[in-house]
Write a protein that binds this ligand. Sequence first.
Ligand code: PLP
Ligand code: SF4
Length: 332
Amino acid sequence: MSAAPWQREWQTAIREPAELIDALKLDPALVTPARRAAEGFELRVPRAFLERIEPGNPRDPLLQQVLPVDLETGTPPDFVKDPVGDGASLQNGGVIHKYHGRALLIATGACAINCRYCFRRHFPYAEANASTGQWRNALAYLQGDTSLHEVILSGGDPLSLADRRLSALAEALQAIPHLRRLRIHSRLPVVLPSRVDDDLLAWLAGGRLTPVMVIHANHPNELDDRVGSAMRRLQAAGVRLFNQTVLLRDINDDAAVLTELSERLFSIGVQPYYLHLLDRVEGAGHFEVDERRACQVMQALASQLPGYLLPRLVREVAGEPWKVPIDWSGGC
Ligand SMILES: *Cc1c(COP(=O)(O)O)cnc(C)c1O
Ligand code: SF4
């Protein structure tokens, strides 16, 4: 089978620190630390994302999400490999069932972009990956629990899989009578918007299950015209659209930035959903925003935006039955 256009585009993603630094006309002294930090978690930046980074600006908020830096190796000791306890709750064939009524299926470990703050940077995908011929086990688990109404395809990034495979999976899910919704958690429509093509819409929106997509954008600069068109196509096909954001130091811990993010999301038909406090994963300590600062940012945001454009500030706590809301409405 020939590769889809998005797959060919994905194959051209930048994976070598020197190439990224050169393309953006940044200080070559950044190359050595970037190579060192990339040994633990490789660099990966699709060109569609690169285009939105300002050349010559080492502080660019999109660059900081993808450039490996020395700070990653000096993490405080309370930043661990599996901060949200996914290892412990991993069930059959890549199913993580922590919350009532919905279960998450690790469809693949692959991603189109490698985000330095990612809580899955140490996740044991080789064993957990449901795509390695284990979907049968995952499906059996979902079939066996009639309290489940929603399946969330996650990863990694589920949309890094080919439509042929996703279509087969969606068909199998539709055949499970107690399921009502098919939710996709993906950063691909943002970082590689050509991913939203006819083949994707066919399996996502063409079946019995109500399609829901939760995209992941952290900064308004990520939402260019191509992302806007991708969102319009999803909407036209009947897909409900939400966004989740991770609160990241010096990237979006600022009410003006988050106000603009919510405004732009709304203008392309996407509802702000969660604003996550960082999961305390090894290598990501320098991205953390403390709760007090998060609370101040939320108060400032609430003073600017209509309630329906306010994301919910949450933290994932291992063992809790939902994403834990952080109360910002009192004092900070
Ligand atoms: C975050 C998460 C979900 C989704 O939670 P919602 O509150 O429904 O968005 C579901 N399952 C797992 C394991 C999760 O980590
Ligand atoms: S799982 Fe999401 S946040 Fe993590 S690297 Fe992949 S795209 Fe980025």
